[in-house]
Ligand binder design. Structure first.
Ligand code: LYS
Length: 253
């Protein structure tokens, strides 16, 4: 009996993992696309009261409009987002994921929707460059390229992981760590939101292309998103949104 239930569980697991992702045609026929984000990475995706908003949320809404579909939003922990694509729990993820070789093995990325990188944020203005992180304690969000790249710096004393980037920031503000590595635009927004925290932004540790992701091999959806992205980038929609959130156009050049 136990073996049987284990076999059933295994079969179910295989079905959910190996099931076909919805093609763009199927999504279009349904009229709605399920898009997942994090909601914890201002100004890209965050909650304003109960409302999920931010640059990526508004950009996805603009893409959906071009694609002729409505978005049904899901908000989840950052490290659960890509796995959900594999399990067909949603069609697309937009949550500031950098395109890396490891991730590109597990999901399909569309063209990038912006270019940025991880910068060093500290209270001590002398901590600016990667070399300055020697013998320092650095806060980063779990599962991110910030963690991956800070771990490569041999001389760092300790890398402290936080499930949320906002908690990594809080650790720096309260003086529990020496530095926080996060996205350049997130760092800028954090400084503007709390000028009295005394934070300074240093150099890039690395740069990256950031893109939406879909289930591995869902070519029709990749193509539909790329087409919509090209349209919003050509007709001024992207520029207006980018300037609203960042006072500049952050597309890759
Ligand atoms: N760009 C980083 C990465 O790809 C951070 C993503 C967003 C974190 N809330 O891992």
């Amino acid at each position: 009996m136990k073996l049987l239930s284990q076999l059933v569980a295994l079969a179910l697991c295989l079905v959910t993992t190996l099931g076909e992702a919805r093609t763009f045609e199927e999504i279009k026929k349904d009229g709605k696309i399920i898009v997942a984000s994090e909601g914890g990475f201002p100004p890209f995706n965050f909650f304003q009261g109960p409302k999920l908003t931010g640059f990526e949320i508004e950009l996805a809404e603009a893409l959906a409009k071009k694609m002729g579909v409505q978005i049904e939003w899901r908000a989840l922990a950052f490290d659960a987002l890509l796995a959900g694509l594999r399990q067909d729990r949603w069609d697309m993820v937009i949550a500031s994921f950098g395109v890396t070789p490891v991730r590109a093995k597990a999901v399909s990325f569309t063209n990038p929707h912006y270019c940025s990188g991880g910068v060093i944020v500290a209270k001590n203005p002398a901590i600016r460059k990667a070399d300055d992180l020697a013998d320092k304690v650095v806060a980063v969000q779990t599962g991110t390229t910030y963690l991956e790249n800070v771990q490569k710096l041999a001389k760092v004393k300790e890398v402290k992981n936080f499930p949320k980037d906002t908690d990594a920031r809080a650790a720096l503000v309260s003086g529990r760590v020496d530095a926080w590595v996060t996205d350049k635009f997130v760092a800028k927004a954090a400084l503007e939101a709390a000028p009295s925290a005394g934070l300074t932004i240093g150099d890039f540790v690395f740069v990256e292309h950031i893109a939406p992701a879909v289930k591995k091999g869902n070519t029709s959806l990749v193509e539909a998103i790329n087409k919509a992205l090209q349209e919003v980038m050509a007709d001024g929609t992207y520029e207006a949104l980018s300037k609203k959130y960042f006072n500049e156009d952050i597309r890759c050049r």
